[in-house]
Write a protein that binds this ligand. Structure first.
Ligand SMILES: *Cc1c(COP(=O)(O)O)cnc(C)c1O
Length: 465
């Protein structure tokens, strides 16, 4: 498609603003030497440009988007309507306190509901993403040990199935990372945990259900071992989709956690934000939270109340589905994942063949050995069927992994169609593996240099002169 600069023709622009009718003062601002080279298009062309642009990508509103670990669920329109209310959008955080009470009330209510869902006692909405929440939570753990003059606790234990942000956040917060292996059921190896936990343990970071979609049956024993060693337990609650309204990290023995509002609580994500990763903690850590004004606080991690409109969308979601709807969404997420898992497992071996939570991980190792068709090939082929590929090559401990998370918002018909596509791709891989290396054939762009796109993105238009 043409870029907006290529569609532009001098003098075709739409002019809504009147000419300036006050004298220009010679302010101390530097003057632009050449006029800004803005594209010049009539409004119809601008509209068409963006509509065409939107058609180049695949969103939840285009079709199935089973991106495991990322929880790409439908974002109800009412969330957007609430977040667009002028009382929310027109507010300035430095307005006098009495004129901001409505927003304060919305934020407080969300904090209260998130505490109830997570089993935590106090919450901050400041962190702008999951990883930012992890970093914040780890600083709380650090502040806690420091307040007790327990400075020898420098290590954070992280299972090898963890999301990559976990060890990264621990390192950013100044801890050493100790990786422990999973056992043959994909859960925490208790013996390895016992061996790792000790006087230098600051804490453990864990996702439960883990990134394999498995709920660890030893969770109480795990948190007990860490507490007994004097460490704290951090829960990565980016995806609460399987447990919200049913089981609470606070009851599993966790002391501090984050949640991704832009996953579990239906606010849109992808393409860089804005997100929100509220951090909750037990009462004994509350004095360390950002934004409390307490001398023990770790200090602000973001300006004002965080990405407030994201919080409004999450609040709308929770209030509109209500006390019955929250656990029902979780149950449907688990049901949908298990439905697909059972319909696929004869062709696609599961990494761990057991009842899963909100997502499951298949291994295409055997398919690759027999046909040369890899997880990447199968994932790319899905694009030709109008389905977004599942997460690939994650978690790292499963070879040729595809991680599928259907979410609760998909119908049985959509799941059946996705199962049909997966099965058809398998058959083609066996019959015509060459074709699978070529796919996708019908997308605006085919196979990209993904490393190049990440490392050397071309995001600026180069003018001729
Ligand atoms: C998405 C995710 C994160 C990180 O969240 P961001 O908002 O992308 O920083 C952390 N842990 C898990 C398990 C996740 O799925």
């Amino acid at each position: 498609m043409k870029l907006v600069f290529e569609r532009s023709r001098d003098g075709r622009g739409t002019k809504y603003l009147p000419d300036c009718d006050v004298p220009l003062t010679d302010a101390a601002l530097p003057k632009r030497e050449k006029p800004l080279r803005l594209p010049s298009l009539p409004e119809t062309e601008v509209d068409r440009h963006y509509t065409e642009l939107a058609g180049q990508t695949h969103g939840v509103n285009d079709g199935f988007y089973p991106l495991g670990s990322c929880t790409m669920k439908y974002n109800p329109q009412i969330n957007e309507e609430m977040a667009a209310l002028p009382g929310f959008t027109g507010i300035h955080p430095l307005q006098e306190a009495e004129s901001r009470q409505g927003c304060r009330e919305a934020a407080d209510l969300l904090e209260k509901l998130l505490c109830e869902i997570s089993g935590m006692d106090a919450m901050t909405l400041q962190p702008a993403a999951g990883a930012h929440g992890e970093f914040t939570g780890l600083l709380l753990i650090k502040a806690y040990h420091r307040s007790r003059k327990d400075t020898a606790r420098t290590k954070i234990i992280v299972p090898d199935s963890a999301h990559g942000t976990n060890p990264a956040s621990a390192a950013m917060a100044g801890f050493d990372v100790v990786s422990i292996p999973s056992d043959d059921r994909g859960c925490v190896d208790l013996e390895a945990l016992k061996a790792a936990a000790g006087e230098d343990t600051a804490g453990l970071m864990l996702t439960n259900p883990n990134t394999l979609g498995l709920f660890d049956p030893n969770i109480l024993e795990i948190t007990r071992i860490v507490h007994e060693a004097g460490g704290l337990c951090y829960y990565d609650g980016a995806n609460l989709n399987a447990v919200m309204g049913i089981a609470r990290p606070g009851d599993m023995g966790f002391d501090v956690m984050h949640m991704n509002l832009h996953k579990t609580f239906s606010t849109p994500h992808g393409g860089g934000g804005p997100g929100s990763g509220p951090v909750g903690c037990k009462a004994f850590l509350a004095e360390f939270l950002p934004g409390t004004g307490s001398p023990e606080s770790i200090g602000d991690v973001r300006s004002f109340g965080g990405n407030f409109l994201v919080a409004v969308k999450a609040l709308t979601y929770i209030l509109s589905i209500g006390r019955e709807g929250v656990p029902e969404a979780a149950k449907n997420a688990v049901l949908n994942a298990n439905y697909m898992r059972v319909k696929l497992k004869d062709l696609y071996p599961m990494a761990y063949d057991t009842v899963c939570m909100h997502e499951f991980v298949m291994s295409l190792e055997r398919l690759k050995e027999e046909t040369g068709v890899s997880a990447l090939d199968a994932a790319k082929a899905m694009l030709d069927y109008g389905i977004h590929p599942p997460t690939m090559y994650f978690p790292l401990i499963v070879h040729e992994a595809l991680m599928v998370e259907p979410t609760e918002t998909e119908t049985k018909e959509t799941l059946d169609e996705a199962v049909r596509v997966f099965r058809e791709i398998y058959e083609e891989a066996v019959k015509e593996p060459e074709k699978l290396h070529q796919m996708p054939l019908h997308t605006p762009v085919r196979r990209l240099d993904e490393v190049g796109a990440a490392r050397k993105p071309v995001i600026r238009f180069t003018f001729d002169e």
